[in-house]
Ligand binder design. Structure first.
Ligand SMILES: O=C(O)CCC(=O)C(=O)O
Length: 307
């Protein structure tokens, strides 16, 4: 007979690969079977086994139904040739292409953006429980944007910004880059990105907290692409509503990489780029993230205020 301790261990092992309660059930069954060989416990075990199979079959059918639904809506677009597809729960997925841009191009674009973008540090209001008032909190990163439609985003409105002429090198470079990413992802006329948000992480201390890009202006199930330039940073992902403060997945976004989030990603998952724990001040730790979105409408007029 298997000693109790090893029952517990095998229980834990099952739980990881056999669903939340399957391991516990099997473990109880095993314990019961080893203690008694009566036919009633064998029948109970057989019933348990078949209900587990039914449960699995139902889950499988639900997954297939969801896949077909997402496919009909065009939310299961295939990954590009050099990208890897990572499928998450409830119809969310992301694609990662490590070398969308080569080192020389990435370096050149980063230098151009560092020098020419009108970077600003947005100041947000946050509740201060000690004083019971709102206080100003500067975002721990610099931002910029480009696009012909105003975008209500993170408690602020980004006013339209388009290239002002041939000498507007930065805005022209972003417009050309957006067209290139649109072509690369083979987006149709009514899917093409029309807005860019840039985040500049000055060092490892700069960050962006848990959030989802699910503003009404982005429509349902938005497709979002993000180009990373400069030092690699860890991109964290976790399920919405999860009490866990930690990520369930990490992707290290390297220089020149393209991440594409799609399906239900923005409705079912949160993402963040946390501050780095290790001291990154000994090397160039700057990073720029260029995010492409499609705004499907103007922001609601009542909320159209400039910060
Ligand atoms: O810097 C990144 O990789 C993430 C940026 C981001 O989450 C955002 O702009 O919404």
């Amino acid at each position: 007979m298997m000693p109790l301790a090893s029952h517990r261990m095998s229980c834990r092992g099952y739980r990881v690969c056999g669903g939340r309660y399957a391991g516990i059930r099997r473990c109880i069954r095993r314990g019961a079977a080893s203690g008694s060989s009566s036919s009633s416990s064998a029948a109970a075990a057989a019933r348990e086994e078949s209900s587990e199979e039914e449960e699995e079959a139902l889950k499988h059918a639900a997954r297939l139904r969801l896949r077909r639904k997402l496919d009909r809506r065009g939310l299961l677009r295939p990954p590009t040739e050099n990208a890897s597809r990572y499928t998450l729960a409830k119809g969310a997925w992301y694609d990662y292409e490590a070398k969308y841009m080569n080192d020389v191009e990435a370096r050149h674009l980063m230098d151009l953006l560092l020098e020419n973008e009108p970077w600003t540090q947005v100041v947000c209001k946050a509740y201060d429980p000690l004083r019971d008032t709102l206080k100003d909190v500067p975002q721990p990163r610099l931002t910029s944007h480009m696009g012909h439609i105003a975008y209500r985003y993170s408690g602020q409105t980004l006013e339209p910004r388009v290239p002002t002429g041939e000498d507007d090198v930065s805005a022209n470079a972003l417009a050309a880059l957006m067209a290139r990413v649109n072509d690369h992802l083979d987006l149709s006329e009514d899917e093409r990105f029309n807005h860019v948000v840039l985040n500049y992480y000055r060092d490892g201390k700069d960050s962006i907290g848990w959030h989802a890009d699910a503003e009404p202006q982005l429509g349902r199930c938005p497709l979002i692409a993000a180009l990373s330039l400069g030092t690699p940073r860890s991109f964290h992902i976790k399920r919405k509503g999860s009490r866990n403060r930690r990520a369930t997945r990490h992707v290290v976004l390297t220089d020149g990489s393209l991440l594409v989030m799609g399906g239900t990603f923005q409705h079912t998952y949160l993402h963040s780029v946390p501050p780095e724990k290790t001291d990154m001040t000994t090397r160039d730790s700057r990073r720029i993230n260029v995010t492409f979105r499609r705004l499907v409408c103007e922001p609601p007029p009542a909320t159209k205020t400039t910060m």
